[in-house]
Design a protein around this ligand. Structure first.
Ligand code: ATP
Length: 575
């Protein structure tokens, strides 16, 4: 049987089935059946389509054309005026459904349209992502129209949803990984699901994992990290005291300062040094100073270091909060000037790869030894993170207090025997900070201010995630700065960020595409019918715009439920 003969409608079938259930196991079976089919008559890269992508997860490029462009493409494809589509859109509120409606009514007239192949859809979507520069809008519209012209109603719906970056079929990475295990190692799920997970952590590419899984265990085990490519980082869970930290990490354990900067994975391969954030963005160009520091002070030809890069005030040498350094992440020009205004220090705390050897399976204590050997500490430029190893609670408490006095955010407690694993896993490292309730949330709506703030979006509706949708948890109007001189993100900047994302406007209120992540502090949460999550934040305040965080990093609805339950429990203890 020849490859690449799968129809797009077969993938659409999978989307529809996935949409018909919220049960994880059922989703896993649907995916697993599809993967077996993909093995027989498909191309592994179409696996990206299941997540609404056309590139591997490590690739920072994502689809996400504006709603405006999607509407233009629908207008061109079906020969309907944009005004008419806008009118319908205001009623229906979902561009995917709109495309479906127009494609269905067109179908009766053209019985001779060609059946869409999966490869054709994939390639056109990919080109839409890649075309840029002059005339690119026209080019994108043509590519989309070519697809819509031959699409059935359902196909049109999913093509548009994929294009605007809102596929919404609820495929979590974990489910897709388990589906691969289920499809190709059905008898050995226990052992193999871990191996598939490991392989995915190394590759960050489902097509690579799928191709290797087809070949078998050995091929899967050979997947290795690639230096110079962004990857996911290990994340901590939160604890409330030292006792809990000791219980989770075991003793003795390592305790380090928790620096308040931003996470950078530093990659070196021969002469090339590249820097990636935890959301896989390449920030090498913004930080030539870090590249220089690494080149001059870290031994080795090829390595991957994990670090926190912290900005400081050049005169007082005092650390600056994250908001300051976020200026440097965002800025693409005047880099030299900014380098002087906000110099940075690299705090290296882990090493994942060193001169030909993947160290991720080595215990942390060994990785740390290597780190200490290869880094030359230079004050205010680079150091290995401040660390103690202890099993004594009092000593740990003192270290914690000292860290806070120094202005650090808190401490990280790490299991000395643990490997390095991406994602949040209990037991490898935990964080402890003074109680400030904060969460990363995404802005889904905003409201124009009045008076001197007229024309500016000055209050923001924020949402957490729930599966692959977003649920609103409150409205926040304080925290941003009035003027640039005050430092930090201003209302004007936020307005500029949000305006291109506006999907619809009603009076003073706009709805925006979920993209801008902000850190929000609040006093506590309460139950509320005003928001679809059922919760509301009390006294929320934006503390920072987080361009370094991805949508998948924001708070999950389950965290609200957990916190709510904890509050109830606390109340019943005290009351
Ligand atoms: P927060 O929300 O608590 O301000 P955060 O959102 O950056 O922090 P958390 O998951 O809470 O992320 O904390 C983990 C982060 O702490 C890491 O991603 C890393 O950027 C930072 N960090 C600072 N110092 C260390 C350290 N010594 N070891 C590991 N991570 C550290």
């Amino acid at each position: 049987m020849s490859k690449r003969e799968m129809l797009y409608s077969e993938i659409v079938d999978v989307y529809e089935k996935l949409n018909s259930t919220t049960k994880r196991l059922e989703k896993e079976t649907i995916l697993s059946d599809f993967l077996k089919k993909l093995k027989e008559k498909g191309d592994s890269k179409w696996i990206y389509l299941l997540k609404g992508r056309v590139t591997p997860d490590y690739d920072e490029k994502i689809l996400g054309i504006s709603s405006k462009l999607a509407i233009k493409a629908i207008a061109t494809s079906f020969g309907i005026s944009e005004d008419e589509i806008m009118k319908r859109y205001r009623k229906v509120g979902d561009i995917g459904a709109l495309a479906e409606e127009f494609a269905n009514s067109k179908k009766q007239q053209s019985l001779f349209s060609k059946k869409l192949g999966a490869e054709k859809v994939f390639l056109n979507l990919r080109k839409v992502m890649d075309v840029g520069g002059k005339g690119s809008v026209r080019g994108k519209i043509d590519l989309v129209s070519e697809l819509l012209g031959n699409a059935s109603g359902k196909e049109a719906k999913y093509i548009i949803r994929t294009l605007i970056g809102q596929l919404r079929v609820g495929v979590a990475d974990g489910t897709l990984r388990d589906a691969i295990t289920d499809a190709f190692f059905p008898g050995e799920k226990g052992e193999m699901s871990k191996k598939v997970e490991l392989a995915y952590d190394m590759a960050n590419d489902f097509a690579v994992v799928f191709d290797s899984a087809i070949k078998g265990k050995k091929a899967l085990g050979k997947i290795n990290i690639v230096v110079g490519r962004p990857m996911n980082v290990m994340l901590p869970v939160k604890v409330t005291d030292i006792k809990e930290a000791f219980r989770i990490c075991g003793t003795p354990c390592a305790i380090e300062h928790k620096y308040d900067g931003f996470r950078v994975l530093i990659n070196k391969k021969g002469k090339d040094i590249s820097l990636f954030t935890r959301r896989l963005d390449n920030v090498t160009k913004q930080f030539p100073d870090v590249v220089k520091i690494i080149r001059e002070n870290v031994k080795g030809n090829e390595f991957i270091l994990d670090s926190e890069v912290v900005g400081y005030e050049p005169k007082t040498k005092k650390q600056k909060p994250f908001e300051a350094i976020s200026q440097r992440i965002k800025r693409k020009y005047d880099i030299e000037k900014l380098e002087k205004e906000i110099p940075v220090e690299v705090n290296a705390f882990d090493v994942l790869y060193y001169d030909g050897k993947n160290l991720m399976n080595e215990p942390f204590r060994e990785r740390r030894k290597i780190l200490e050997k290869i880094i030359k500490t230079i004050k205010l430029k680079i150091r290995v993170s401040e660390q103690i190893v202890t099993e004594d609670e009092k000593e740990a408490e003192e270290f914690y207090e000292k860290a806070i006095k120094l202005g650090e955010e808190g401490i990280m407690i790490k299991n000395l025997e643990a490997p390095y694993r991406q994602g949040r896993r209990v037991g490898f490292m935990v964080k402890l900070k003074p109680v400030v309730n904060d969460m990363d949330l995404v802005i889904t709506g905003a409201e124009y201010g009045s008076g001197k703030r007229g024309g500016l979006l000055t209050s923001y509706i924020v949402a957490c995630k729930s599966g692959d949708s977003y649920q609103e948890v409150g409205k926040v109007s304080s925290g941003l700065k009035e003027l640039e001189q005050e430092g930090g993100t201003t209302y004007e900047e936020m307005t500029k960020l949000l305006k291109p994302l506006i999907e619809n406007e009603k009076g003073k209120v706009v709805r925006v595409k979920p993209k801008i992540v902000v850190a929000v502090t609040y006093q506590n949460i309460q139950k509320s019918p005003s928001y679809d999550s059922g919760f509301a934040l009390r006294f929320p305040r934006i503390t920072a715009y987080r361009p370094d965080k991805a949508l998948k990093d924001i708070a999950d609805l389950s965290e609200f439920t957990k916190e709510w339950n904890r509050m109830l429990k606390d109340e019943s203890h005290t009351g």
